[in-house]
Design a protein around this ligand. Structure first.
Ligand SMILES: [Zn+2]
Length: 405
């Protein structure tokens, strides 16, 4: 699989050329460009397979060229800073720039150690499973003291909508199986390890596929079994999903697994819409020029995200701030413990983004909505109310019978 980020360096050093009319645009962003381009070029997500380094992948639309959508941008950046937030779900209608924005994260990605090997072998595998857990080539390298991984920008791994179980988990490498060692052709989940796994329209994905992904995401690993063989692969990815509520709902247990919930509505301001259009046109004419227009902001943001990521382990959540958060969750009658994990981890990311090591009230305020919305369940509320009624009834009847004796 080719690495779309490989082109990054070239892109930043190439000279400017051509004319795009982009100079006349005085805006801080754009929306829905990708959708527009997709329509114009007749290309849609179904055509994109894993590792397809197509034209637009080489020149992702700049994150800061997305017009408006402050909440979405903030939420996505927080997720890059602190993977413990538990991923993010972008909720909104078609054509509001959700996919564009997610793909534009490519230029902001933090660096991670990634395996150099087809089978995904890592040095850390030796600590848990010994030399046996490496493929023969990597075992040899390891014994010679050669590195098995290199530092690279994290990738955006896209899950195709028509992904089959085999694509997601991987499949048996017949040659290896014949030599009595199970090696699995790494699936999407394994490729997503330490990266971002992007699922567009998660509500349209097959239930069985969603379940496997969520389990792997929760455990940070997954096991593939074929007969007597079993192989475990790491899958510590950040999940980013989108859904269009017009096209069906998400099962509550799936919704619960997403950390931040970001609402992405269409731009209402005419000026903003015009800016978005102009930038879209400029990007279509000369994507490189648009990328260069935002190169400085992109570089600064990437450095700040990296610095905030380093700071995260030191960020402290004072007890009085935690109490405010827990009071809020209790007031909202949210049951899932994932609510406070996301709320507090997002608040810690806010503090880190600000270069602080202590969470303040305002950090909590800024992330509360995106961490806690869509978490209340009318069904569960009613269910427990009914249960309480039943408990009272059981007690009463018991009293009556006992009293009658
Ligand atoms: Zn290997």
């Amino acid at each position: 699989m080719s690495d779309p980020n490989e082109d990054q360096e070239e892109k930043n050093t190439d000279g400017m050329e051509g004319e795009s009319g982009a100079e006349t645009i005085h805006v801080s962003g754009i929306r829905s460009i990708r959708d527009l381009i997709d329509r114009v070029t007749g290309r849609n997500l179904d055509d994109l397979s894993l590792g397809d380094a197509g034209y637009a992948e080489q020149w992702p639309f700049p994150f800061f060229a997305v017009v408006g959508q402050q909440e979405m941008k903030l939420g996505l950046i927080l997720t890059l800073i602190n993977p413990n937030i538990g991923g993010v779900l972008l909720v909104g209608p078609r054509g509001t720039g959700k996919t564009t924005s997610v793909r534009s994260l490519m230029d902001l990605m933090p660096y991670v150690y990634e395996s150099n090997c087809y089978y995904g072998c890592l040095e850390e595998d030796v600590e848990t499973g010994g030399l046996e857990s490496l493929c023969p080539a990597c075992a040899e390298k390891y014994q010679k003291g050669e590195p098995l991984s290199s530092l690279r920008p994290a990738k955006l791994v896209e899950l195709p909508l028509n992904a089959k179980m085999e694509d997601v988990l991987g499949s048996v490498d017949e040659k290896a199986a014949a030599s009595n060692r199970l090696r699995v052709r790494r699936g999407i989940l394994s490729h997503a390890d330490k990266n971002i796994l992007y699922i567009d329209e998660v509500n349209l994905l097959k239930d069985e596929v969603v379940d496997v992904i969520l389990d792997a995401s929760a455990q940070g690993s997954y096991t593939v079994r074929r007969g007597q063989f079993a192989a475990t692969y790491r899958s510590r990815f950040t999940l980013v999903g989108t859904m269009n509520p017009e096209e069906g709902t998400l099962r509550p247990q799936i919704l619960d697994r997403f950390g931040l919930r970001l609402m992405v509505e269409g731009l209402e301001d005419t000026e903003e819409r015009l800016s978005a259009y102009k930038l879209a046109r400029a990007y279509m004419t000369n994507p490189k020029r648009v990328v260069e227009m935002y190169a400085d902001e992109t570089m600064i943001a990437r450095d700040e995200i990296a610095a905030a990521r380093k700071l995260i382990p030191e960020v402290d959540l004072p007890e009085e701030i935690a109490k405010i958060g827990l009071d809020l969750i209790r007031e909202l009658e949210i049951a899932s413990l994932r609510a406070e994990i996301t709320l507090f981890e997002a608040a810690r990311a806010m503090a880190a983004a600000d270069g602080r090591t202590v969470v303040e009230e305002d950090d909590l305020r800024q992330v509360a909505t995106m961490a806690l919305r869509l978490r209340r369940s009318k069904f569960i509320e009613d269910y427990f109310t009914d249960q309480e009624g039943e408990e009272v009834e059981i007690d009463k009847k018991l009293e009556k019978i006992m009293g009658g004796n």
